[in-house]
Design a protein around this ligand. Structure first.
Ligand SMILES: *[C@@H]1O[C@H](CO)[C@@H](O)[C@H](O)[C@H]1NC(C)=O
Ligand SMILES: *[C@@H]1O[C@H](CO)[C@@H](O)[C@H](O)[C@H]1NC(C)=O
Length: 338
């Protein structure tokens, strides 16, 4: 017997299903896996960084009052019945039109009339003092009807105001939404994966904020840091906890309670940490969800269509489109075999 035929005799004893996996997997991997690895990505900023840090971002005891909504009244009621299972609120800024369009063409197309149904989305924005940009936003909204604008200057140090805009808009213009995802315009979201998580975690979500969450994080005391927080602004050694602003999930109850308690929680410019203050004051929890990534989850491949990746950060518009167009049904199966 030659070595060669011994191999085939041994192989004959291996169960058929194992043979199938051994042979099919490398073929699928070659075909699908390698084609979608190693995308380059570009960083997209979701706020206007051109405005300098104000002399003092700290305002003792300030809370947000009388926030005016100046655009986006009827988004929630434009399509079919009024019920909304999931409301996706996205931070954006005037210049990021390319990012917004990429999301509208890709994972946001599951909202409104898409197969996932009963999902609404709204881009949240403040005001720009550039008149051209204000006109362009108005025109963009005339076409898409998915922009909610608040009467405050769009700036990194006003992001907490943007969150409060989103919560106020939910309470007054989309009050039937059952769940809210707050995210950014440079985040990929796997909507079917998210819906699975919502049904699995629905009980916990009633009294928590959920996503990529951290406890006992020390405030950044480096004065040159983008996230610098002075002792005066926040004297304690650690934050109570927060879930990354790149993607956090709230039930309607949690969102309503947070909005209510925020009237007694002084303004703090790091919006996700601020939500953490509110959550902590309510005695609610921080729930870590599998598949939520506050950085870019790598490699960018068919994991993006499985439960492994529900959110992934810093995904440029062209990569959003590539992910959306990846043919993954077979590979998705492959993912479960491994
Ligand atoms: C306003 O925005 C437009 C469009 O981005 C830009 O071309 C223009 O230079 C801006 N004007 C000012 C005064 O910054
Ligand atoms: C935040 O918005 C308010 C209201 O428009 C404005 O007065 C303030 O200057 C803004 N803050 C920053 C840091 O841009």
């Amino acid at each position: 017997m030659t070595r060669y035929s011994r191999f085939w005799t041994r192989l004959a004893n291996v169960p058929a299903i194992v043979k199938l996996i051994l042979i099919v997997n490398p073929v699928l991997y070659l075909f699908y896996g390698t084609r979608f690895n190693g995308f380059n990505y570009a960083v997209v900023t979701v706020e206007d960084n051109s405005l300098p840090r104000p002399a003092n971002v700290y305002c003792r005891g300030c809370t947000i009052k009388d926030l005016q909504i100046i655009m986006g009244d009827d988004i929630c009621y434009t399509y079919r019945e009024q019920d909304t299972d999931l409301l996706v609120l996205l931070f954006t800024t005037h210049q990021n039109v390319e990012a917004r369009n990429a999301l509208r063409e890709t994972w946001l197309s599951d909202s409104n009339d898409g197969p996932e149904g009963r999902i609404r989305h709204a881009f949240l924005i403040g005001r720009s003092n550039n008149h051209t940009l204000e006109t362009l936003i108005q025109e963009e909204n005339d076409i898409h009807n998915d922009i909610v604008q608040g009467d405050f200057v769009d700036s990194y140090y006003n992001l907490t105001t943007k969150t409060m805009l989103g919560l106020k808009w939910f309470r007054t213009r989309c009050p039937n939404a059952k769940y809210i995802l707050k995210t950014d315009d440079d985040v990929y979201v796997n909507i079917p994966g998210l819906k699975d998580l919502i049904s699995t975690y629905s009980h916990l979500l009633e009294t928590s904020v959920a996503g990529t969450c951290f406890l006992n994080i020390t405030p950044d005391r480096n004065v040159n840091s983008k996230w610098y927080v002075s002792e005066e602004e926040y004297p304690k050694k650690t934050y109570p906890g927060y879930c990354s602003g790149t993607g956090y999930l709230l039930s309607a109850n949690a969102a309503n309670q947070i909005a209510a308690v925020s009237a007694t929680v002084p303004y703090f410019y790091l919006e996700d940490v601020y939500i953490g203050f509110c959550v902590s004051k309510l005695g609610y929890k921080f729930t870590v969800l599998p598949g939520f990534h506050s950085a870019t989850s790598r490699p960018i491949d068919c994991r993006y269509k499985s439960e492994s990746v529900v959110t992934s950060h810093r995904i440029a518009p062209d990569i959003q489109r590539k992910i959306w167009n990846m043919p993954c049904s077979v590979s998705y199966f492959y993912h479960y075999l491994m």
